[in-house]
Design a binder for this molecule. Structure first.
Ligand SMILES: CC(C)(COP(=O)(O)OP(=O)(O)OC[C@H]1O[C@@H](n2cnc3c(N)ncnc32)[C@H](O)[C@@H]1OP(=O)(O)O)[C@@H](O)C(=O)NCCC(=O)NCCS
Length: 184
């Protein structure tokens, strides 16, 4: 990582909100491709599927003086059947991981938004290496499953730990705690 990037991270604040407008939706799509196609190789070519037609994309927007606002995190949520919601395609850009709890904040907006829309269950298939993160956020494993050739946990959120969020378009601001050195 360059000095310039570290400097940019030091100056960061973020907004966690529902994607609004073309640049946020395109930014979320680009980030998903970068993470799930190029970085992880979970999908070949593209990671779009039928759920995208009905899902609500949520985003983390980095705001600073150096690069202008841009999408650095995303997740999508959808109601699969009445009251039963799912979250999927959670991704934070590599250089923004573990700096401002963006992943955790996206999960909070995801479950809170679904709760305000009547969710009685909120599910996710979580890659095994991320299970400790979800456990800490009050999720429980219901089954181990193999998906896309990778071990996943089918997990359920404990809804009482998530305040309903009626208007995800407003979202909230997150302040990154400070610069994180290379390899952090
Ligand atoms: C999973 C993912 C979204 C998490 O995003 P994130 O913004 O790093 O999430 P958070 O910062 O909220 O927390 C992540 C972890 O970093 C830790 N952390 C947060 N800030 C930290 C800091 N300053 N220093 C060290 N650790 C920190 C958290 O405690 C948490 O612990 P863990 O190692 O047990 O997971 C991100 O790693 C990612 O996009 N991974 C690739 C795609 C992927 O796996 N998607 C999920 C599919 S289920």
């Amino acid at each position: 990582m360059t000095h310039q990037t570290s400097e940019a991270r030091f100056l960061q604040s973020y907004r966690i909100c529902a994607a609004q407008g073309e640049w946020m939706n395109q930014g979320a799509a680009r980030l998903r491709a970068q993470v799930f196609v190029q970085e992880q190789g979970v999908f070949a070519g593209h990671d779009r599927d039928a759920i995208d037609a009905v899902a609500l994309p949520l985003v983390a927007i980095a705001e600073d003086a150096t690069g202008g606002p841009r999408v650095v995190g995303t997740v999508r949520i959808h109601e699969a059947e009445p009251g039963v919601w799912w979250g999927s395609r959670l991704a934070v850009a590599p250089e923004w991981r573990r700096v401002g709890k963006l992943g955790s904040e996206l999960i909070r907006l995801a479950v809170g938004t679904a709760r305000a829309r009547g969710a009685v269950e909120f599910h996710a298939h979580v890659q095994r290496q991320n299970v400790p993160l979800f456990r800490r956020l009050h999720w429980a494993t219901t089954a181990e499953v193999e998906l896309h050739g990778r071990p996943h946990a089918h997990m359920l959120a404990s809804l009482v730990h998530y305040a309903p969020i009626a208007d995800p378009t407003t979202g909230w601001q997150v302040q990154a705690p400070g610069a994180v050195e290379d390899g952090a």
